[in-house]
Structures are given as structure tokens and as C-alpha cells.
Design a binder for this molecule. Structure first.
Ligand SMILES: Cc1cc2nc3c(=O)[nH]c(=O)nc-3n(C[C@H](O)[C@H](O)[C@H](O)COP(=O)(O)O)c2cc1C
Length: 328
């Protein structure tokens, strides 16, 4: 019984949907709001631990908050225990999730050591048990995000086929193996091979940094949608430009002022939601990304990593943008 047709991001308009990737510590509710404004067709929470949910970890539970964005945001779960994953899927569905994604690609040692994330590439039987247990537990479609392989291998190919046979509604393929983490080039030919072999939708992921990259990936792999990850850091306009490219329109780049005003709006929302101390610290990495390419970016980044007063941070960002735009 396939649940493919329930995937909210699949539309019959002829354009591949543009999905924003789950990114741990990055794709919070505030950033997701920005991605949506930029035209993302769908996005995800960061990976959420099924075990922590089952043990009622309060902080983890807040990651499931997708209120007001249920149509637009899936929940991504990671775990290695079919019972816990099924239970976590139930929680996610109760919180309004319309799509639940299983993480089978996270390369981080502490995750892999527990048999979670990319470790499932080497344990297809367990992966299948997890998927089936989750399907029994909820009525929403379940998708899988996986990598090409574990350590130079291509375990992801068999796993993708197995996930389709077991009822997955779609598969996202990151064309790297676990050992690569995020280095080297993503293997788009592998994505094409999976697309060729499967009948469910295949979402392509890896190395989309420009609108032209997205168009090239869609062309080369025939994928049913593209998923953008690091390319949107400091540059959520990439999503808008990819959508434009699919319509044959040229990219439009933001000015320095537009960049810093967006950074400041995000910063203010974070301070309001997380408090000043956390908001400042959470945003530091984003500031680093937003000022990339600005004149004197390295010195500014260094200063932004030390400033704690929101007014001083905003003043520095605005001064940087003014200097940057004046020299354009
Ligand atoms: C900082 C960071 C956090 C990530 N967190 C997650 C995550 O929570 N779940 C997931 O499936 N992938 C995660 N990924 C992987 C991305 O979703 C994506 O698959 C990968 O970055 C490849 O795409 P790219 O080459 O366009 O960046 C993360 C990647 C990075 C760099």
C-alpha cells in the first residue's frame, strides 16, 4: 500500500519541488519560516532522536513543534529500535506531521555507533523492520533519506529498492558515502541510477550551491525533486533563484543590505524565542554565513563571535553592509 500520493510537496505543475534539507542545529522554526518565504515547497525539522522522544526528553519534544507549518514541514526521526521509531512516529503524527522521514544517512560517530543514521545502510533488514513498524503506527507517508553507501560501497542502492518494496513513499538520495561526511563531490550519477530503478519519487541531494546546479541535477538525474542543504546557509535566496531557474528566469542576487536586514530579522526572532543569551549564540554561525563574501568578512566574523549586545551586533552588521554595498 503506497502512500506516495499523499506527499504534500508533489504537485502536478510540471516543476520539480524544491525541498530544504533537514540540518541539525540549523533548520529551526524561525529559519524554516524564512525558507518558506523564499519559496521552498517543503522542509524538515532537524533530525529528532526517537529514543529521546520515547523517554520524554522535554528539549527534544520542542523539536517536534511544527504548529502552523504542518502542510509545509515534515519531521525527521533517527533511531535504531523499531518500537521506539514507531512510537516516535506516533508522537510526530499527533503533532500534525504530514510526512515523516527516517534518517539513514547521518555520519556522526556517536549516532552510527548506536546503529542509527548511516549505520542502517549496513543493516537493511533492521531498516526494513523500522520502516514497517512506523507504517503500522501511523497513517501519514514515510520517506527515507539515505546516502550512496557506507565506506566507498553502494549499499544505498539496495537499501533504496528495499525501502520502496517495504512501502516508503519517497527516497531522498545524498550522493556521498558515510566516510565522506560532506567532503568530495556528490555522485549525481548514483542518484540517476536510483531514480532509474525506483518507481516512487526520488529526491536528489548534494552539492546544489547555485540555481544552475539545481537545474543541472534535475536534468542529469531525472529526479522528482531537489533538496538543498549547505547552499542555503547565508543564502536562502538560493531557493527563490532555483524556482526562477525552473521557470527559465535568471537569478536575482540580494544586496548586502538585504542580507543583513534578513539576518537582523532572524536574529530578533531568535532573541524573542530563545532569550538574549541563547539567541546571540545560536545566531553566530548564521552571521558567519550571511557575511560571507563581504569585504572584511573575516574580521567582522571574529567580532560577531565575541559581541553579546544585540544593538552592537546589529550596528556592526549594518555598517558592514553599507561598506559592502558602497563598493559594489
Ligand atoms: C551542519 C549539518 C547538519 C546536518 N543535519 C542533518 C540532519 O539533521 N538530518 C539529515 O538527514 N541530514 C543532515 N545533514 C545532511 C544534509 O541534509 C545534506 O544531506 C548534506 O549536507 C548534503 O547536501 P549539500 O551537499 O547540498 O550540503 C546535515 C548536514 C550539515 C552540514
Amino acid at each position: 500500500m503506497k502512500k506516495t500520493s499523499n506527499l504534500p510537496y508533489l504537485r502536478e505543475n510540471g516543476f520539480p519541488p524544491v525541498l530544504a534539507a533537514p540540518l541539525a542545529g540549523i533548520t529551526d522554526k524561525i529559519f524554516r519560516g524564512i525558507l518558506r518565504e523564499m519559496g521552498a515547497d517543503f522542509c524538515f525539522t532537524e533530525m529528532v532522536s526517537a529514543k529521546a522522544l520515547v523517554y520524554k526528553n522535554k528539549k527534544t519534544e520542542t523539536l517536534l513543534d511544527i504548529s502552523g507549518e504542518e502542510e509545509f514541514c515534515g519531521v525527521q526521526l533517527f533511531g535504531a529500535d523499531p518500537y521506539e521509531m514507531a512510537e516516535a512516529a506516533r508522537f510526530a503524527e499527533a503533532r500534525g506531521a504530514r510526512v515523516i522521514d527516517i534518517n539513514m544517512g547521518c555520519p556522526v560517530p556517536k549516532v552510527v555507533r548506536n546503529g542509527e543514521g548511516a549505520a542502517l545502510l549496513r543493516d537493511p533488514l533492521l531498516a526494513e523492520q523500522i520502516l514497517k513498524a512506523m507504517e503500522k503506527a501511523v497513517s501519514v507517508p514515510i520517506t527515507v533519506k539515505l546516502r550512496r553507501g557506507f565506506d566507498g560501497g553502494r549499499e544505498g542502492f539496495e537499501l533504496a529498492k528495499r525501502m520502496e518494496a517495504a512501502g516508503a513513499a519517497a527516497v531522498t538520495v545524498h550522493g556521498r558515502d558515510r566516510a565522506q561526511f560532506y567532503s568530495g563531490k556528490a555522485d549525481w550519477d548514483f542518484i540517476a541510477e536510483v531514480k532509474e530503478a525506483l518507481t516512487i519519487p526520488v529526491i536528489g541531494n548534494g552539492d546544489i550551491f547555485t540555481a544552475a546546479d539545481a537545474a543541472a541535477m534535475a536534468e542529469r538525474t531525472g529526479c522528482d525533486g531537489v533538496m538543498v542543504a549547505r547552499g542555503m546557509l547565508g543564502n536562502p535566496w538560493l531557493i527563490r533563484n532555483i524556482k526562477a531557474a525552473f521557470c527559465g528566469l535568471p537569478p536575482v542576487y540580494p544586496t548586502g543590505e538585504e542580507k543583513t536586514e534578513l539576518a537582523i530579522a532572524q536574529f530578533r526572532a531568535c532573541v524573542e524565542k530563545y532569550g538574549e543569551w541563547m539567541g546571540v549564540r545560536f545566531m553566530r554561525k548564521f552571521f558567519g554565513w550571511y557575511v560571507r563574501g563581504f569585504r572584511d568578512a573575516a574580521a567582522a566574523r571574529n567580532e560577531l563571535n565575541h559581541l553579546t549586545d544585540p544593538a552592537e551586533i546589529e550596528a556592526l552588521l549594518r555598517a558592514l553592509a553599507a561598506k559592502n554595498d558602497a563598493s559594489r
